[in-house]
Design a protein around this ligand. Structure first.
Ligand SMILES: [Fe+2]
Length: 469
């Protein structure tokens, strides 16, 4: 009899154990053992053609000249390929990013932050190039940021005949065209980029004088080494910090001899296997934390020209910068759009609906926080914003973007959080080899008679950055 009871109890226990295994193990496995995309740590290298391999950042003028043919082939063709793991990785990140978007019609009381990529030299028509619809749209932002990739130097001439130059200088109208009633929409601009010394130290000083006269903050290049490397501004009771740094400058012989203090990203160009030094960025994030900055923005001039995907090394670096505490990392320099992603820290995903939480846990970017923040948070990394204003002549380079995020205090987190707002494509329309032809910067949607090839290219970009119709 006792034997029978013992057997029954054993069978019952076995059934319970099987049930537990069936119920619990898959759930545990879902949370802990999913095979995540190994990118950026592992990937299948591409077999690249010579022009696809060429990366000019950090090369001497002589090396650049020796590689003029692959450089121009890359500018004309644009490198669109990336390792299969990377393509899949960004497809997954794009889907996650879209789930944090606010619809265009949604009413909100959040702080609207808009940002663009490179404001490059344009050769003429500074007073007329900007479509009023773009100017009006930009005024709605509480904060507006970009990268000024040209000196604005009154002591130097602004060249106006050739389609593009290696050495830039722009008229004040490039920036003033965006103002309404003398008020600029630009809150802060990054000056750390490879063109900052195009008109030498005087050009860089005059550029800063010009921005100061317009009330535009700037980061990345200092005249006085005692000056702080980053700037701060307040909106709606929140304190924002803005810091900019660059892979280097075109005049590499002047990199260490200039009297200006330029924020460099050491170890990034030319790109090799060595890790990038991000200690400087980590120190800036710490400074911002100690000064009670609520929202930390880092604008990095990184990556490689004319490539639609960031290299795995840049993605790894983006993750490292996010770990230091940056809320928003905005990339510039490639002159074309690149994808974006959200990275999550300290269990942020736990507060989301289970379906989205599972998606993030299975495919998303979950990182270990190196900042002093113990609370759940997320970071957004936009690898490249492309050009905003430009005289470059290929369609992908002429396609710019105004991205929006909306920042709001979240008492449950103890710091602000953000949602993704509307993105708008803009187009730099001009006949490059006819200097007097009309020049326009307008919304892509307002451009009349796009060609089928242009429509196809816009689709490529929309898919890449996850822009919904
Ligand atoms: Fe650049």
């Amino acid at each position: 009899m006792t034997k029978k009871i013992t057997k029954k109890i054993s069978v019952a226990l076995l059934l319970l154990l099987i049930l537990a295994l069936v119920e619990v193990v898959p759930s545990w496995a879902r949370n802990h053992c999913q095979i995540r995309n190994p990118f950026p740590h592992q990937f299948t290298p591409l077999v690249l053609k010579k022009w696809e391999r060429f990366q000019g950042e950090g090369l001497s003028l002589k090396q650049q000249l020796l590689n003029a043919i692959p450089y121009f082939k890359k500018e004309l063709t644009i490198r669109k390929r990336a390792p299969i793991e990377e393509v899949q990785y960004f497809k997954d990140q794009t889907k996650i990013l879209q789930k944090f978007s606010i619809s265009a019609t949604e009413q909100t009381k959040m702080t609207r932050l808009g940002f663009v990529g490179d404001l490059m030299w344009i050769r003429n028509q500074w007073d007329t190039f900007l479509d009023p619809a773009v100017r009006d749209y930009i005024q709605k932002f509480d904060v507006f940021l970009g990268n000024l990739e040209t000196p604005i130097s009154k002591s130097n001439p602004v060249k106006g005949k050739m389609p593009d130059y290696a050495s830039y200088n722009a008229e004040p109208g490039l920036i003033d065209s965006f103002s309404v009633n003398g008020r600029t929409p630009f809150t802060a601009l990054a000056l750390a980029n490879n063109h900052v010394l195009d008109k030498e130290e005087l050009g860089a000083m005059e550029t800063q004088e010009f921005l100061n006269s317009r009330g535009i903050l700037h980061s990345g290049v200092r005249l006085d080494p005692k000056e702080r490397t980053w700037v701060t501004f307040e909106r709606n009771g929140m304190k924002f910090g803005f810091y900019a740094a660059t892979w280097g400058i075109n005049q590499i012989d002047k990199k260490d001899t200039t009297s200006l203090k330029i924020e460099y990203l050491d170890g990034i160009a030319p790109e090799n296997e060595d890790p990038v030094q991000i200690k400087k960025i980590a120190a800036v994030m710490k400074e911002m934390e100690s000064e009670k900055v609520d929202f930390k923005i880092v604008m990095l001039h990184w990556g490689h020209e004319y490539e639609l995907y960031p290299t795995p090394k840049i993605v790894k670096m983006g993750h490292e910068v996010a770990k230091t505490g940056a809320d928003l990392i905005i990339g510039s320099h490639p002159h074309v759009q690149q994808p974006a992603e959200l990275c999550f820290f300290n269990g942020y995903e736990d507060k989301l609906k289970s379906e989205l939480k599972d998606e993030i846990m299975n495919k998303g970017c979950i990182l270990k926080d190196k900042s002093s923040s113990p609370s759940p948070r997320k970071s957004m990394i936009v690898y490249s914003m492309g050009n905003f204003t430009t005289a470059l002549f290929t369609f992908y380079c002429q396609l710019g973007l105004i991205r929006e995020i909306q920042v709001y205090p979240d008492p449950s987190l103890g710091h602000p959080d953000f949602k993704i707002g509307t993105s708008k494509l803009v187009y730099n329309d001009h006949a490059v080899f006819r200097p007097r032809s009309p020049r326009r910067l307008l919304f892509w949607d307002d451009y009349e008679n796009p060609s089928s090839s242009q429509i196809e290219k816009v689709k490529v970009i929309k898919d890449l950055i996850g822009m919904q119709e």
